[in-house]
Write a protein of this length. Structure first.
Length: 222
C-alpha cells in the first residue's frame, strides 16, 4: 500500500488553477460528456516514498535498456520518455465530497480510484485489440473521462487522474497479435492504440503499471 490519503485543494490554490488550465487546453472533443471549465473538485495525491522510488526505478530501467540498443532513443536516455497523461476511472465513495481538507481512501473493491491509489494501476481490465495489455492513458482529459464507458454505474461518480508516465520505447504500429508481441518481449514499454496527427498519441497503453504515477484527481460538475 503506497498511498494513504489525498488533499482536497481550494480554487485559490495554484495547483487547482494549473490543473484547470491543463484540462482546458487538452480538451479537444466537441461532443465530450464534460465541460472542462466546470471542475467540481481537485485532489492532490499524497504519494508514499515507495511509489516515487518504484517510479524512478522504471525510469532507470528504460534508460539502461536504451543504452544497450543499436538505435539510440534520445528521450529514453534523457528522462525515460516521461509524458503527462490522463486516466479515467470511477469513484464509489464520498472522496472529495465533504468539507475536510484531507480525505482518507475507502476500501470498496468497486471504487476504481481508491483501488488505484491504494494498490497501483492494474492491467486486468484493460483491453488492446481484444487482449488485456497495459494500462490505457490518453492525451486529453475528456478522452480519459469518456473512456470509462460500461464500467460506470449510476451510483458512481467518474473522475480523471492526471499522471506522470514513463512511456519509454513506444511501439507506433502495433503488430496484429499484440499478446504474442508482449510475450516475445521485443523491448517496447508502451503501445499506441490511436494516434491523432504527427507525434500526438491519443491513446497509449503503458505495459508496466509501476511506470504510472498518479499526481492529481479531477472531478467535474455534470
Amino acid at each position: 500500500m503506497y498511498i494513504f490519503a489525498v488533499i482536497k485543494l481550494h480554487k485559490e490554490d495554484s495547483s487547482w488553477q494549473i490543473m484547470e488550465k491543463i484540462c482546458q487546453t487538452t480538451t479537444t472533443y466537441i461532443d465530450s460528456k464534460i465541460n472542462p471549465t466546470q471542475i467540481e473538485c481537485v485532489l492532490k495525491v499524497l504519494n508514499h516514498q515507495k511509489a516515487f522510488s518504484s517510479f524512478e526505478e522504471c525510469r532507470e530501467m528504460v534508460r539502461n535498456n536504451a543504452e544497450n540498443l543499436q538505435d539510440k532513443f534520445p528521450r529514453c536516455l534523457a528522462d525515460g520518455n516521461e509524458l503527462l497523461r490522463f486516466h479515467g476511472t470511477t469513484i464509489a465513495c464520498s472522496l472529495g465530497m465533504n468539507n475536510s481538507s484531507c480525505n482518507l481512501l475507502c476500501t470498496f473493491d468497486r471504487c476504481g480510484l481508491c483501488q488505484i491509489l491504494r494498490h497501483g494501476f492494474s492491467t486486468k481490465k484493460q483491453e488492446f485489440e481484444g487482449a488485456g495489455v497495459g494500462v490505457l492513458t490518453t492525451s486529453t482529459s475528456d478522452k480519459a473521462f469518456d473512456s470509462i464507458g460500461s464500467s460506470f454505474k449510476d451510483n458512481m461518480r467518474r473522475c480523471v487522474i492526471v499522471c506522470r508516465v514513463i512511456a519509454g520505447r513506444i511501439h507506433q504500429n502495433p503488430l496484429q497479435d499484440i499478446q504474442e508481441m508482449v510475450t516475445a518481449d521485443l523491448g517496447f514499454d508502451s503501445l499506441v492504440k490511436k494516434k491523432i496527427t504527427g507525434s500526438n498519441i491519443e491513446e497509449l497503453h503503458v505495459l508496466n503499471p509501476r511506470a504510472i504515477l498518479p499526481c492529481f484527481v479531477v472531478t467535474y460538475k455534470l
